[in-house]
Design a protein around this ligand. Structure first.
Ligand code: LMR
Length: 431
């Protein structure tokens, strides 16, 4: 408007050009001039710092990404075989908004059980998601749209991105007790108190297994108690299951928490991901599901989930979904996958014992029992942020400042070096 008036007043074409050029220049350089750099991501920022370090001694136990015993990223044999079968096929068309129907079907079986009555009765609204992050984000948006007055209860601590996801979906966050820093285990009584004190019908985020970052899970009995209390309170459980298979080595066993909630008649939501258990990190394959009362409701919910996805990314990518459906749809490839998941989980369990043994052998006066008690990809070491800073500065060992060690990055080659560094920073003053 102001520009139009200026142009009218200026009259001549030459002065009009001068004005529009001036406006163009100003707008090109102005409105984002005051944008400050965003803070580094507490997890992915560690990888950036690791990559920038020229030291030959450097070790990355920051990001939760599996490595073999030589510290190399792994492509599973089942994935290689699935890719071989896919290669050359004509498959570049768009997927539907809800993603690959076959992949979603197979994925639901992993969470709800092969013979789940909920799958048979078509009571589950489910879409392919951009891995676990995408599933959580679509769910958070769904929560905001259809239950705008609700909050999300998040455990302390949790995966740092959970906070970002629900913040950006504009869902207010509350926290509940989870980890006990002294026992380095679960603070079960405080957790139950928080569940009890939350207003009836609250929405809770639960880690289905291999809790990130603590590696501390409730026992089966404790899950039963949590589920019962959720029933009494009418709470809704949203499970983030990013590590199915990584806790026990058996995806079926790792779904126990979810099965308990299903047995107890809860309507739950689940985020699933193939980043870790199939090593498909960069393929971004996952699934968001919401269990409904009946089929008609599931159809409606699914259509709304799709509608949330459409303006965000339209429809999900194809290649990773094809890999998953090829593996899970073939009994031979599926059993190879199960073997390989167990192999990854077992290597991590072995490294836990070695790290603890090394620390004990060096003569550390501290207890390191929690290293072998915790499960999944992470060890919540108990190192303070200052000790972590020393690990990085003095030993070129990269980990998140909350003291989390990605056990997937520990190898027979670096476990001794890691133990020495932990011993040094926990028993001596900064050099
Ligand atoms: C992690 O916790 O390290 C992984 O889930 C990777 C990520 O995206 O943060």
């Amino acid at each position: 408007m102001a520009m139009a008036v200026a142009i009218r007043r200026a009259g001549s074409t030459a002065s009009m050009r001068r004005i529009t050029a001036g406006v163009g220049l100003r707008s090109m350089s102005s409105w984002w001039r005051s944008v400050e750099p965003a803070p580094k991501d507490p997890i992915l920022g560690v990888t950036e710092a690791f990559l920038a370090d020229p030291s030959p001694d450097k070790v990355n136990v920051g990001v939760g990404a599996y490595r073999d015993d030589n510290g190399k990223p792994v492509v599973l044999d089942c994935v290689r075989e699935a890719e071989r079968r896919i290669a050359g096929a004509s498959y570049m068309e768009y997927l539907p908004m809800g993603g690959s129907v076959k992949m979603v079907e197979e994925t639901l079986k992993l969470a709800y059980g092969d013979n789940s009555e909920f799958i048979k009765d078509k009571r589950i609204a489910a879409i392919q998601s951009l891995s676990g992050t995408g599933a959580c984000r679509i769910f958070a948006d769904f929560q905001k749209r259809f239950r705008p007055e609700s909050q999300i209860y998040i455990p302390v601590p949790t995966w740092s991105n959970h906070h970002n996801i629900w913040r950006d979906a504009q869902v207010p966050q509350k926290t509940y007790h989870y980890y006990h820093p002294e026992t380095k285990g679960l603070n079960f009584s405080a957790l139950m108190d928080d569940v009890k004190d939350a207003p009836n019908g609250s929405v809770f985020l639960l880690h289905a297994c291999a809790h990130n970052p603590t590696g501390v899970d409730p026992t089966e009995e404790q899950w039963r108690e949590i589920s019962q209390l959720f029933k009494v309170k009418g709470h809704f459980a949203f499970f983030d299951m990013a590590y199915q298979g990584f806790a026990s080595g058996d995806p079926e066993r790792d779904a126990k928490s979810i099965r308990i909630f299903l047995e107890d008649g809860h309507q739950i939501g689940i985020s699933q991901s193939y980043a870790k258990n199939m090593g498909l990190y960069g393929q971004r394959v996952g699934c968001l599901s919401v269990l409904c009362e009946e089929e008609k409701q599931a159809v409606a919910v699914k259509s709304q989930l799709q509608q949330l996805a459409r303006p965000m990314y339209s429809n999900p990518p194809l290649h990773g979904a094809l890999i998953v459906s090829t593996i899970l749809g073939d009994p031979e490839l599926k059993s190879l996958w199960l073997k390989e998941v167990k192999g990854m989980a077992d290597r991590i369990i072995g490294m836990r014992s070695e790290l603890r043994e090394n620390l004990e052998k060096i003569g550390s006066p501290l207890s390191w029992e929690h290293i072998t008690k915790q499960i999944g990809m992470f060890c919540y070491s108990g190192l303070t942020p200052e000790q972590v800073d020393r690990m990085t500065k003095e030993y070129h060992i990269y980990m998140t400042r909350n003291g989390r060690i990605s056990m997937a990055g520990v190898t027979t080659g670096n476990v001794g070096y890691l133990a020495n560094a932990i011993h040094a920073v926990t028993t001596t003053d900064s050099s």
